[in-house]
Design a protein around this ligand. Sequence first.
Ligand SMILES: NC(=O)c1ccc[n+]([C@@H]2O[C@H](COP(=O)([O-])OP(=O)(O)OC[C@H]3O[C@@H](n4cnc5c(N)ncnc54)[C@H](OP(=O)(O)O)[C@@H]3O)[C@@H](O)[C@H]2O)c1
Length: 134
Amino acid sequence: MRGTVLLLGDTGKVGTAVKAALGPRVTVVGANTRTLDASDLSAVEALVDQVRPDAIVNCAAFMGVDNCEKEPERAFRMNVMMPRLLAQKSDRMGSTLVHFSSESVFSGKKRDFHGESDTPDPINVYGLVRRQNF
Ligand SMILES: NC(=O)c1ccc[n+]([C@@H]2O[C@H](COP(=O)([O-])OP(=O)(O)OC[C@H]3O[C@@H](n4cnc5c(N)ncnc54)[C@H](OP(=O)(O)O)[C@@H]3O)[C@@H](O)[C@H]2O)c1
């Protein structure tokens, strides 16, 4: 792969692994809480417009079941509206978007492995906001 990748959440567990996996021909522009408030949609939009990446990898999320129960609005902005904005921007720019969801979109009641086509049945705010349909 070559080109410019905007890596949101580059200091997190998944972001660190993604950064290590991208080859030397990729220019990585990273963002984390020290450089961006990703719950501020205008700030995210301005960053995307400035970088004009070939691909966006979104490893930034408002994490934690308890956190999302306490701050559902922030959870919605960060885990639904922000990825939705990334999808819209990527679509308009013709760039690729990579986004990670969570197994928490499922209730855990199924007695078998889940597949991508399984219908989400979240049981808490965290699972609800990770169930993205955009
Ligand atoms: N880890 C796993 O095993 C796993 C499994 C399945 C899916 N996922 C998904 O992968 C994604 C990343 O998970 P993770 O485990 O890597 O999370 P993590 O370790 O908590 O990392 C989160 C990253 O997002 C950044 N971030 C958080 N809030 C931000 C904000 N308001 N503005 C800007 N940056 C912000 C953090 O920056 P700071 O470092 O500055 O705080 C950090 O770089 C999530 O969508 C998660 O559901 C992870």
